[in-house]
Ligand binder design. Sequence first.
Ligand SMILES: [Zn+2]
Ligand SMILES: [Zn+2]
Length: 393
Amino acid sequence: MTNIVIEEIRDFHDELTGWRRDIHAHPELGFEEQRTSDLVAAKLASFGIEVHRGMAKTGVVGRLRNGNSPRTIGLRADMDCLPIREANSFAHRSQNDGRMHACGHDGHTAMLLGAARHLAQTKKFDGTVHFIFQPAEEGLGGGAAMVKEGLFDEFPCDAIFGMHNRPGLAIGKFQIRPGAMMAGGAFFDIAIAGKGSHGARPEAGVDPVLVGSHITTALQSIVARNVRAVDTAVVSVTQIHAGDAYNVIPERAVLRGTVRCFSKPVMSLVEERMRQIAEGVAGGLGATASLDFRVLFPPLVNHDDETRFIADAAAELVGEDNINRHGPLTMASEDFSFMLERVPGAYIQIGNGDGEGGCEVHNPGYDFNDAALPYGAALFVRLVERRLARMGG
Ligand SMILES: [Zn+2]
Ligand SMILES: [Zn+2]
């Protein structure tokens, strides 16, 4: 009976909840997680774990060795909050106005701390565990920064695992899928140069507003006509800026927006078609257009063996009936993808419940559900105990 680990962690559930609510009450934006990383570092040190600080500014890595095996594993949590004003009124609501843990990273951090504490006490493994607490997951590239600053050179990991809460999925349930699970994301700017003129004399100018409108419409042909129907992509123009007066045709217009898809080839195809459409449509109408296309996140791609491994470990804790091994694709992005590009691993979703705390992430009424803490912490523990199992023991 291995779900004894859940029961062992439940013994300090109150303490875990206290840590989670403390972090929730003191949310910090990406690369500003000073108090949070102080708290994480202090807890790790108090468990007797070696602490390394300063990677990607506020990142923290804890190293726990046991036995002689050269095998290693990485477990990752994120620490940053969002620029949202919290609408909740409970005692642990945000004390930093306009800052809120609306994505549950407070819970992810607490679950990984819970696992660290349990593993440091019980040490039922042979090898090295790296507890990776990354800054700035919410669009600022904290995961990429840690990788760039040598995360896997300084703290080699044979495999790496991460977890995100999922509102609407019951407590004690998990979902995952092999291969692509979350979309890659890009932002773009299309700058259109026309020729200004009087609004009553369009023949004297080149209207960048009309050009931008045609480009916006034509961009929708990419998903409809160029991306294979069995692949998936989104092209959204989310900003159109041009002009200041009723009677002036402006010189310039700018279109901005985002692209999401599940593979690099599709991302490249969309970028290439966007450039051709923007330049071609503008050229045909006598203007010029240039595309600036920036891929922010690669798609999150789970490795097959590690996906099976984490799903098996979760099934051992909560039963196969509570694991969805073919969970849904999501168009949202996640910067754990940068780590999965470098090291085999998998990313799983853990139920946050559909009652209290079941509110969608990034909503001002959201709260991480503390009932999920023992499940997530226990899964991290079992990943280590299974991956770094003592030989013959
Ligand atoms: Zn988020
Ligand atoms: Zn998140």
